[in-house]
Structures are given as structure tokens and as C-alpha cells.
Design a protein around this ligand. Structure first.
Ligand code: S3P
Length: 436
């Protein structure tokens, strides 16, 4: 059992884990190049271990050293047929990026996942990858388990996505690497661009530009990836929980280091600053092609705002924790255009709405919006169901630090998928979180 209770103040330095999206890609791109890629600061969590195990099954050699990881890759199109199923656990990124990467190599693989991943839509990647020549046998509704047979003679495509998703974009671009000719992916809004950035870093030319239809990304197939040393910045989505608690727990002041400030990930920071958050940035610099900075965050008086819909892709994983912050702000915080939250590790609109209601917070919600009315005092005092979703679990552990009565969760092992050191880091800076 875990209890999060009223905390006097949070003070000190946080050691954040490596960025999850960049960590997945560092392993995958290392495997797609021939030779040794060295990764420093890799996130060591269940989701990343799924990608590591999968890439080993496809033929990569991956070694953990004291201070870094080494990936010995097999090159684009060098995948071997795995002898057993590819178990992606809870990780949508592992599943969708790897299906894309192997879809243009003539091998067969069976992908499975945990109960949550087995309910998440895969038709979004099946559609473009079938057009490139891959074939799929899926359970009903295109759910996992899925058997994929990669294309013998892959075709490049021009794909206009109806959904803003970096996972779909990455799947198509990775598939395009093993096609003769030019693959083009068009998205209405720019989603996280780590795939484009890292491909460029590995020496692959990706032409990304704003067009009348949105953002287009083009690459020519059969370009080789050159192995690299990668330093992974720390994860802004994991940082958001510490930023939130520092903002809502009185007298707090915390420092965060090497935070990934990529503009396709910084929507949460912009939003909380508009709400009145006192956040200071320093030491702006570039690491492995990504902007990073250090942050100091202090307790702040916050007001509710309407979050612009255009900002959704750049803070897609931060809506659960934003709804907690909104509970402590004056007035309403209006979050619209968030339908994609319904197909994350849980239906995050419903998961958060149910928990917030139990904590005495006034909310309205539907299948693409959530409106939270801030309270002078948040009651808390509830046993929250996380729906096995790591971000829901972490969000309510933050709420408990500032609510009148403690919060209990029905489970918290889900946190290990993205942030195994979460509880220890919070305790170190004074959070009143008890496991028993
Ligand atoms: C991710 C993209 C996002 C995000 C997920 C990680 C990635 O998903 O929610 O946590 O690393 O590409 P979508 O692209 O499906 O929105």
C-alpha cells in the first residue's frame, strides 16, 4: 500500500531519469546502425527494457556498463526473425516504433503486450504500413496480439495522418528507411520530433518543413545510419510531477537539471507559467542535438486558464498532472481537444475525472475535454484507482502532498514503467509518501 500525505515543503535537488522517448529511440537507432553506439543517461525503466529485449531478439547486442550502455547494431534491414514473441509489456512506443522499423524487412514477428496495451488501437500504424507492403494478422479491432510479415518489396508512401502522433510518424519514417525512393509523412501539428532529430544526428537526411497541409517530413530510403555517442537529457514529462508538487506545496523550492527543453515537449511549462508559476531557467545549452536547461521551481499562487488546443501535442502526456495543478488554482482550467488521452495507458480523461471527483474537486468532462474548477482547499482523503496507469498513479501521489487528507492508491507498481526512482526522489526532498 502507498499513502501520500500533507507535506510541509519540498526543498532540494532532484535527480531526474533520462527522457523516455529519446531512450527508446537511442536503442532502436543504435541497432539500426552498424557498429557501436554509446548511450549515456539512458532511462532504466520497464518500458525501455522492453525495447532493449526486443532489439536483442532482432539481433542487436546490448551491454550495460557502469556509466553507459553500448548497442552493437545490425544496420537498416538487418533484422533477424525473432525466435519468440516480442513482448512490449505496457509500452506503446516499443510496439509501434518496432512494428514500423521491421515492416519493410521480409521477416515475421509476433507482437504481444499487457492487458492495457492489448486494448490500444494499432490500426493507426497498420494502415500506412500495409500500404508499404507489410501484412498483419491482428485480433479483433486491430488489437494485439499481432503477427506482422514484413514486405519483400517495400514501397515508399506519402501518408497524410489524420491523428497527431509521434508514434505513427516514427513508425512510417523508420519503415521508409528500408524502401527504395522517398517516404513522406504529413502531420497537421508538429508532434515530438526526436525521431527526425536523432535520424539527422545519425547522419540520415530528413527534410522537415511547414507546408499548406501542416508539417511534412521526407526521407530517402537506403541511407545508412552512422553509430554515435548519445547523451540523453532528462525527461520533461517526469519532471512535470516535481514541478507540480513544488507549485502546490507551500514554501517549496526545488532544482531540476539537464531538462529536455525541445519545443515539441515544452507545452506544459508554457501552460503553468501562464497560470502564474514561478519558474527560473538557467544554463541553456544543447546536448546531442536537444536543447536543455536547469530549472528552479517555487510554490506559486496559480490561476486557471484555457489551454490552447494548438498546444495539445507538445504536452500530451502532461494533462493528468495539469488537472491536479488546476485543482489548486483559482477559477477554471479548461482543457479541450484531448481525445487522444482516451487511448493512452488508460482512458486518462475518465481515470483523472473519477479520482478528482473522489477528492472533492468539481469537474466536467466528455470524450475530448476536461474542465477542472480549482478549490481553496482540496479535501483528498480517497482511495484512488490508477487503472494501472503510471501517470495517473504519480499524479495522485502529487495531489496527496497538498490535500487536507491523505491519498491512497490501489496500486503503484505501474510507476516502474517510466520512473522507478519516483518515490525515493520525492522522499529525498521532503514528500510525505509512505509505503507499507
Ligand atoms: C511518444 C509519443 C506520444 C506519447 C508517448 C510517447 C513517443 O504518443 O504519448 O508517451 O515516444 O513517440 P503518441 O505519439 O501516440 O501521441
Amino acid at each position: 500500500m502507498i499513502t501520500s500525505s500533507k507535506t510541509n515543503s519540498l526543498q532540494g535537488n532532484i535527480i531526474l531519469p533520462g527522457d523516455k522517448s529519446i531512450s527508446h529511440r537511442a536503442i532502436i537507432f543504435g541497432a539500426l546502425s552498424i557498429g557501436k553506439t554509446v548511450i549515456e543517461g539512458l532511462l532504466e525503466s520497464e518500458d525501455i527494457y522492453r525495447t532493449i529485449k526486443a532489439m536483442e531478439k532482432f539481433g542487436a547486442r546490448i551491454i550495460k556498463n557502469k556509466n553507459n550502455w553500448e548497442v552493437y547494431g545490425f544496420g537498416v534491414g538487418g533484422f533477424s526473425s525473432p525466435e519468440n514473441v516480442i513482448d512490449c509489456g505496457n509500452s506503446g512506443t516499443t510496439c509501434r516504433l518496432l512494428m514500423g522499423a521491421i515492416s519493410t524487412t521480409p521477416i515475421k514477428a509476433v507482437f504481444v503486450g499487457d492487458p492495457s496495451l492489448s486494448k490500444r488501437p494499432m490500426d493507426r500504424i497498420i494502415e500506412p504500413l500495409e500500404r508499404m507492403g507489410a501484412s498483419f494478422i491482428a485480433r479483433e479491432n486491430s488489437f494485439l496480439p499481432i503477427t506482422i510479415t514484413g514486405a519483400k518489396e517495400p514501397l515508399p508512401i506519402r501518408f497524410e495522418s489524420k491523428i497527431d502522433s509521434a508514434q505513427i510518424k516514427s513508425a512510417v519514417l523508420l519503415a521508409g528507411l528500408n524502401c527504395r525512393g522517398e517516404t513522406t509523412y504529413i502531420e497537421k501539428s508538429l508532434t515530438r520530433n526526436h525521431t527526425e532529430n536523432m535520424l539527422s544526428d545519425f547522419g540520415v537526411k530528413v527534410d522537415s518543413k511547414f507546408s499548406s497541409k501542416g508539417f511534412s517530413h521526407k526521407l530517402l530510403g537506403f541511407q545508412e545510419l552512422t553509430p554515435k555517442k548519445i547523451v540523453v537529457p532528462t525527461d520533461p514529462s517526469s519532471a512535470a510531477f516535481f514541478i507540480a508538487s513544488a507549485l502546490i506545496v507551500k514554501d517549496s523550492s526545488i532544482n531540476l537539471y539537464n531538462l529536455c527543453m525541445n519545443h515539441t515537449r515544452s507545452g506544459f511549462l508554457e501552460t503553468v507559467k501562464e497560470m502564474g508559476a514561478k519558474i527560473e531557467l538557467s544554463n541553456n545549452r544543447t546536448i546531442s542535438g536537444e536543447l536543455v536547461a536547469d530549472l528552479t521551481v517555487c510554490f506559486s499562487k496559480l490561476k486557471g486558464i484555457e489551454v490552447p488546443i494548438s498546444r495539445v501535442p507538445s504536452m500530451i502526456d502532461e494533462y493528468p498532472i495539469l488537472s491536479i495543478i488546476a485543482s489548486f488554482a483559482t477559477g477554471k482550467t479548461i482543457m479541450r481537444g484531448i481525445k487522444e488521452l482516451t487511448v493512452k495507458e488508460s482512458n486518462r480523461i475518465v481515470s483523472m475525472a473519477k479520482g478528482l471527483k473522489q477528492c472533492g474537486i468539481e469537474i466536467e468532462y466528455g470524450d475530448d475535454f476536461l474542465i477542472v474548477s480549482g478549490q481553496k482547499k482540496v479535501t483528498g482523503g480517497a482511495k484512488i484507482r490508477t487503472f494501472g496507469d503510471h501517470r495517473v498513479a504519480m499524479s495522485f501521489l502529487c495531489l496527496g502532498q497538498a490535500s487536507e487528507k491523505p491519498i491512497i492508491l490501489d496500486e503503484y507498481s505501474s510507476i516502474n514503467t517510466s520512473f522507478p526512482t519516483f518515490i525515493n526522489e520525492f522522499r529525498k526532498v521532503g514528500a510525505n509518501i509512505m509505503q507499507n
